[in-house]
Ligand binder design. Structure first.
Ligand code: HEM
Length: 396
C-alpha cells in the first residue's frame, strides 16, 4: 500500500463522513490535512496522554459499577452498550474536559443522535443510490440525518464556545485539571502565527469524538468476547498492579500479556475492517492500470487473516505479539491503526483506554461467555458484534 501525501488521499466512502463530522483530519486532504495534522499532533503527546489517565480511571470505575449493578441478578449481560457509553464518556471527558455522564444516561439526545448517525452512515454504504447526496438528502433518512447532525453540532459548539470564554478569562491553562485536546486546538498556531478557525476546531472536535469512541468501544467489546483465556491476562494484570486499584501511566507500559491479547484481538476481529484511499495518480498493479480518482478499499480484515503471514490465522494466539515471536515481515500484515502518514493519531490514547478497561474488568470479575448467546462479525465502518456480546460477570 502506498500512503504518501503525493499519491493518495483519504477516503471516498469517507466523503460521506464529511457531512456529519465536517472536514476534520479523517476527511481532509492535501495542505489542509498536512497543516492540521501538524497542529494536532502535540495533543497526543505523552504528557498530555498521562494527564488523561486519572480521568480514564474514573470513567472505567463508573463502568465497573454499572456492570456490577447490571449483573447482581446473576443473569448474563450484553456488555456492548455499556462499553459504548463508557468510551464516549472517556473521549469527551479527556479531550474536552466535559462531563457528559453518558453512563448515567445524561445527554441522551446527543448519544442517540451519534448512534443513529453511525447506523445511517453504514446503511448508506450498502445502498449505492444513497451514496448520491442530491438523492439521499431528499429522502426521509437524509432529512433525519440533517436533524441529527444539528443535535451533535449544537452539543460540540456549546462546549467550544464555553471554553473559548473560559480561556479568555483564565489565561493560565496550568490551573486547569489537565491540559486537553480542546485547549490545544484553541491555542495552536502555524508557522505564520495563524490559528484554526471556529469551523476547523468544530470539525476536529466532531472527528475526534467520532473516530475515538466507536472504534475503542468495539475493541473493548471484542477483547471481552475473546477473553476465554482471561486467566493469563488476570495474572499479568495482578502482577503489574498488585493491590493498587488506580492504574497509573507507569503501569500501562508494563502490561505485557494484556497488550499481546489486545493486539491479537485487533488482528483477529479488526475493529476497522477496511481502509479507503483515493489515488491521485494512476497506479499500475499486476499489469492493470487503476486510473486516477478511484476509491480503493484496503481490506485490513483480510490482511489480518493472510495465511502467508499468519499461518494459523483462524486461531486466536496472543503469542504472535510476544517480542520473541515478532517477525518484521509481519509489520504490514498488521495495521489496526493503519500505517504511514495517515495512521491513527489516537492510537496510544486508544490502547491506554482498552488496557485500563480490560485490566479493571478482569481484576473485578470472572468473565464467562453466555453459551446460549450467539454473535457474529458485522463489518461496517467499524467491526461490530451483530448481536451484542453477552457474558456472565461474577464478582471476585
Ligand atoms: C482501538 C481504537 C481505534 C482504532 C482501531 C483506530 C483505527 C484507526 C484507523 C485504521 C485509522 C486510519 C483510517 C484511514 O486510513 O482511513 C484511524 C485514523 C484516525 N484516528 Fe483512530 N482508531 C482508534 C481510536 C482512535 C482514538 C481514541 C482517536 C482520538 C482520540 C482516534 C482518532 C483518529 C483520527 C483523528 C484519525 C485520522 C488521522 C489522519 O488522517 O490524520 N482514533 N484510526
Amino acid at each position: 500500500m502506498s500512503d504518501t501525501k503525493e499519491n493518495s488521499s483519504a477516503a471516498l466512502t469517507l466523503d460521506l463522513w464529511t457531512y456529519s463530522r465536517g472536514e476534520g483530519l479523517v476527511c481532509s486532504n492535501g495542505k489542509k490535512w498536512e497543516r492540521n495534522r501538524k497542529l494536532l499532533t502535540p495533543a497526543f503527546h505523552f504528557n498530555i496522554l498521562s494527564g488523561y489517565v486519572s480521568v480514564m480511571n474514573e470513567v472505567v470505575d463508573t463502568l465497573m459499577d454499572k456492570l456490577e449493578t447490571a449483573t447482581t441478578d446473576g443473569k448474563s449481560v450484553d456488555i456492548f452498550p455499556f462499553t459504548c457509553r463508557s468510551a464516549l464518556d472517556a473521549i469527551v471527558s479527556c479531550s474536552l474536559s466535559y462531563e457528559g455522564n453518558f453512563q448515567d444516561y445524561q445527554n441522551l439526545d446527543y448519544i442517540n443522535a451519534i448512534q443513529r448517525i453511525l447506523e445511517i452512515e453504514s446503511l448508506r454504504y450498502s445502498k449505492p443510490w444513497q451514496m448520491i447526496d442530491s438523492l439521499f438528502y431528499l429522502s426521509s433518512t437524509g432529512q433525519e440525518l440533517k436533524r441529527l447532525c444539528k443535535t451533535t453540532t449544537d452539543f460540540s459548539e456549546n462546549i467550544i464556545k464555553t471554553r473559548t470564554k473560559d480561556l479568555k478569562c483564565h489565561h493560565d491553562l496550568k490551573e486547569k485539571r489537565h491540559l486537553d485536546f480542546l485547549d490545544i486546538l484553541l491555542t495552536a498556531r502555524d508557522e505564520q502565527g495563524n490559528g484554526l478557525t471556529f469551523e476547523e476546531i468544530h470539525d476536529e472536535v466532531n472527528t475526534i469524538t467520532a473516530a475515538g469512541f466507536d472504534t475503542t468501544a468495539c475493541t473493548i467489546g471484542w477483547t471481552v468476547y475473546a477473553l476465554g483465556l482471561w486467566e493469563m491476562v488476570f495474572q499479568d494484570v495482578c502482577g503489574v498492579l498488585g493491590d493498587e486499584t488506580d492504574i497509573k501511566t507507569k503501569h500501562l507500559g508494563k502490561f505485557s500479556y494484556l497488550t499481546q491479547f489486545v493486539k491479537e484481538t485487533m488482528r483477529f476481529y479488526s475493529p476497522v475492517p477496511v481502509l479507503t484511499r483515493r489515488n491521485e495518480h494512476p497506479i499500475e498493479l499486476d499489469g492493470y492500470e487503476i486510473p486516477t480518482g478511484c476509491s480503493i478499499n484496503i481490506q485490513s480484515y483480510l490482511i489480518h487473516h493472510n495465511k502467508h503471514v499468519w499461518t494459523d490465522h483462524n486461531e486466536f494466539k496472543p503469542e504472535w505479539f510476544d517480542a520473541e515471536n515478532r517477525d518484521d515481515n509481519a509489520i504490514y500484515g498488521f495495521l489496526p491503526f493503519s500505517v504511514g502518514s495517515r495512521n491513527c493519531i489516537g492510537q496510544v490514547f486508544a490502547m491506554n483506554e482498552v488496557k485500563m478497561t480490560i485490566a479493571k474488568l478482569v481484576k473485578k470479575f470472572e468473565i464467562v461467555k453466555d453459551p446460549d448467546h450467539e454473535t457474529d462479525l458485522r463489518p461496517e465502518i467499524v467491526m461490530r458484534p451483530s448481536n451484542g456480546i453477552k457474558v456472565f460477570l461474577k464478582k471476585r
